[in-house]
Write a protein that binds this ligand. Sequence first.
Ligand code: WAQ
Ligand code: MG
Length: 220
Amino acid sequence: MYSVRMRASKGERHVSGAERIVEENEIQDTVLSLLDAGDAAAGKDTAKRLLRHLGVPLLCIDKAFSLLENGESMRGAIIMDLEGERLEPDKNRGIRATRMDITAEASNELRRLLDAAGLSLYYTHISEALVLATKVASVKGTIAELCWSDDPSYTAGYVASKRRGYIRIPHLKKEGDCKGGRVFFVDNIDLNEYINEIEKCPILVDKIAGIQSMPCEFFI
Ligand code: WAQ
Ligand code: MG
């Protein structure tokens, strides 16, 4: 395997660093992804615009970001209503979306599309997150989901919704930051029914609609 290391500095000042150990066929994608020492502030801005576009009030968006940026790590997700109230019964654990998977056929199609888009390195993360987000978006009462990983070396996240699909944002935090999490924004739900559906109803993803670039109106 190969060690790929990146360090960026301006004058004496360290700007960012990251490293991976990867297989030979992954070197090129890895170098590109490390060079893209992207701008988390711009990513957050894009995510906020998307959430506004989906009808999530600014108050909720600000609260959600502050919870994910500063909160303790949770096993599950925050449920937030459109007044900004947290509804999950256990605030330390959150609610866990479970009982979901993807068919072999849809999974192959996803792999083919990600390869073509130069995203094969992220296949596992994307596939897992896409399946989870598809389930969450399909449950009645979900307006949108905001997510980014708590893995310090994984900066990507997404805004997902039934209306606009899974919108991937490569940088929602800086390399090395171990804060992350998920917020399900909901409206008009019966809480017990909602939790029951998220946790207990099985969902099998059997079709991938496609991949496209983010509509430019969401960039700053
Ligand atoms: N149900 C609800 N919340 C969950 C679940 C679940 N099954 N699993 C994780 N979470 C919450 C929990 O608070 C974690 O700390 C947080 O989400 C992040 O989980 O490249 O890797 O597994 O397009 O670190 C998204 C971008 C990556 C993928 C998400 O999440 C891409 C990721 P992680
Ligand atoms: Mg994690």
